[in-house]
Design a protein around this ligand. Structure first.
Ligand code: ADP
Length: 255
């Protein structure tokens, strides 16, 4: 019987004894952590505790000084730079506090480009981008440039872009940090909906509301270590059937 049949989902992310030293500072001082398929995990902790370093390790943007990071069964330490670049394009989607959209491309092209970079023909990429934007309620803004979009619209474009390649893992770095409370609510609802349809999420945040609403598990960091882990009872129930009114975006869980 597989883990899945027993009701225990396999880990999407596994960190074993991950240490990251910057000179004298250990940004991560031996972190071991598992995130199972369909979970929504929020990492919280004070500035400088290692949250961004953790995301960078999982995103394959940086390498640990020691320890291993495994995503979907792939030890990232075994990948060369080209392999890591492919991993970033195909396996992870990233959402940032300040959106990181390309200012000289309209919204649709910002979204479609993520798939074109993996070799998908432009027409096909634009078709999927438009479908996703429709699901996320921003299709009418497809020809708008980022400068004229509201913060909430920009973040929804960024989420659509992150989902283009049906990533095994969606990483979010303070996804509501630059939004007013109403737009923040919309983005939180979107993250909840995505998790409800099986999208595995790893978020880092200072915002207790985001963590309590969107996460199924809270991991607290201090000084580069995990100091506490707890289930969030009010949060999203990861990987269940789509909730009423939830977005209908296909995720890696459907592959
Ligand atoms: P957080 O995201 O929780 O604010 P970070 O992961 O950014 O924390 O930083 C953790 C620690 O590592 C801090 O002491 C920070 O100054 C240090 N640090 C992070 N990145 C670098 C870097 N590129 N060079 C040197 N020190 C760094």
């Amino acid at each position: 019987m597989t883990n899945d049949q027993e009701g225990v989902r396999p880990p999407v992310v596994r960190l074993d004894g991950v240490r990251k030293a910057y000179g004298e500072t250990d940004a991560l001082a031996g972190v071991s952590l598992e995130i199972r398929a369909g979970e929504a995990v929020a990492v919280m902790g004070p500035s400088g505790c290692g949250k961004s370093t953790l995301l960078n390790m999982v995103a394959g943007l940086d390498r640990p000084t020691s320890g291993t990071v495994t995503v979907n069964g792939q030890d990232l330490g075994e990948l060369n730079e080209t392999g890591l670049a492919l991993y970033r394009r195909r396996q992870v989607g990233m959402v940032f506090q300040f959106f990181n959209l390309l200012d000289d491309l309209p919204a649709l092209d910002n979204v479609a480009l993520a798939a074109q970079l993996t070799g998908i023909p432009a027409r096909q990429a634009r078709r999927r981008a438009l479908e996703l934007m429709d699901e996320l309620g921003i299709a009418d803004r497809r020809n708008a440039y980022p400068a004229v979009l509201s913060g909430g619209e920009r973040q929804r474009v960024a989420v659509a872009r992150a989902l283009m390649n049906r990533p095994a893992l969606l990483l979010a770095d303070e996804p509501t940090g630059a939004l007013d409370s109403r737009s923040g609510e919309q983005v939180m609802d979107l993250l909840i909906d995505l998790n409800q349809i099986g999208q595995t999420l790893l978020m880092v945040t200072h915002d207790p509301l985001l963590a309590s609403r969107c996460a199924s598990r809270l991991v607290e960091f201090a000084d580069g270590r995990v100091v506490r882990e707890s289930a969030v009872t009010d949060g999203a129930e990861g990987g269940g059937a789509a909730a009423e009114g939830a977005v209908n975006v296909r995720t890696a869980a459907d592959r």
